[in-house]
Write a protein that binds this ligand. Structure first.
Ligand SMILES: [Zn+2]
Length: 326
């Protein structure tokens, strides 16, 4: 994603109120502990550690291929149907092999809710970039969400897809610096995914898309992407966070994103939400985006909030929908 210029001036030092630790200060207000799905913080963190251990993971690299094998084997071990979509992408640095990984959890309805993360890291030649937050945090959390949902022992109302996009990052330094004959130099995997949905005439089945990106910082502070994301999706997730006592982490502030994997979906008319800490993550696209910036508790807060918001999102979709669930 791109950092809007307005934020460049004001990132850096801790001027923001409550750049606080990702520990819930309030007691969770409404915790129906009987049925609420939750993720395991340590498992999620272990997935992040593992990815960082593989090294820098730009699209087309052997390190990303190893990461992909890891994702596929984990997802299969949860009993999910996993598909791999490989292709050759034309990029400003030449042809690159890319692959999206999708795991599907069938629901009562064939209508789809997509939960997504990019798993590539940005290519830097000047320094070693392992993307602990940018790439690994959301990917590890999404894996753990997939495990929790698959193990719930009960068919969800909607069919869920856990999608791990390749090639989110631009190869050129800036997000919109370069273009290719077939499109921008970013969001390669998500644009391809939308194109395939269109070709298969499946766009209509997709009812909502949630994109996780940079959600593991120990000083977790997630603002609302109001410029692009669908308003009611933001509201449901942020309200859920409030209800669970995470109002200090899901804050009532605007987060500028500029572009991310949700954009191609929005352009195709799909309601979509990006959950991202960009403007207050000072190590974004820096060599210091390393494992020590990540807190297992932050991963858990985001995973738990999104899982807890899904029933509410489903309710909204069911209420909106005049057409019978297919
Ligand atoms: Zn990035």
């Amino acid at each position: 994603m791109t950092l809007p210029l307005a934020f460049l001036a004001c990132t850096g030092k801790d001027t923001k109120p409550g750049g606080n630790v990702a520990t819930p200060t309030a007691t969770p207000a409404q915790t129906p502990s009987t049925s609420r799905l939750m993720i395991d913080a340590e498992r999620a963190f272990e997935h992040v550690r593992k990815q960082v251990e593989f090294g820098p993971r730009p699209a087309g690299s052997a390190e990303l291929a190893r990461t992909r094998e890891y994702l596929v084997s984990e997802l299969k071990s949860y009993g999910l149907n996993v598909t791999l979509d490989e292709w050759q992408a034309t990029t400003p640095v030449g042809e690159r092999r890319m692959a999206n990984v999708t795991a599907e959890l069938p629901g009562e309805s064939g209508d789809l809710i997509l939960l997504t993360s990019h798993y590539d890291t940005k290519l830097f030649k000047e320094f070693r970039f392992v993307g602990a937050n940018d790439g690994a945090s959301s990917t590890g959390t999404l894996l753990e969400m997939a495990r929790a949902m698959a193990g719930a022992g009960q068919k969800p109302r909607f069919t869920y897809r856990f999608i791990f996009f390749d090639g989110e990052e631009a190869f050129c330094e800036e997000w919109e610096e370069c273009r290719n004959p077939d499109g921008p130099d970013n969001t390669y995997g998500s644009r391809r995914y939308v194109q395939q949905l269109r070709e298969k005439k499946e766009l209509e089945r997709v009812r909502a898309m949630i994109c996780l990106d940079m959600i593991g910082y120990k000083n977790l502070r997630l603002g609302r992407d109001e410029d692009m994301s669908t308003r009611w999706l933001i509201d449901e997730v942020w309200q859920t966070a409030q209800d669970l006592g995470y109002g200090n982490q899901f804050v009532d502030e605007i987060e500028g994103v500029g572009g991310d994997d949700h954009e191609p979906f929005l352009k195709a008319g799909i309601e979509a939400l990006d959950i991202i800490q960009l403007s207050t993550y000072e190590y974004w696209h820096k060599p210091e985006d390393t494992l020590d910036k990540i807190s297992p508790q932050s991963l858990k807060i985001v995973g738990d909030v999104v899982l807890a918001s899904l029933p509410r999102i489903e309710q909204r979709l069911l209420a909106k929908s005049a057409r019978p669930a297919s």
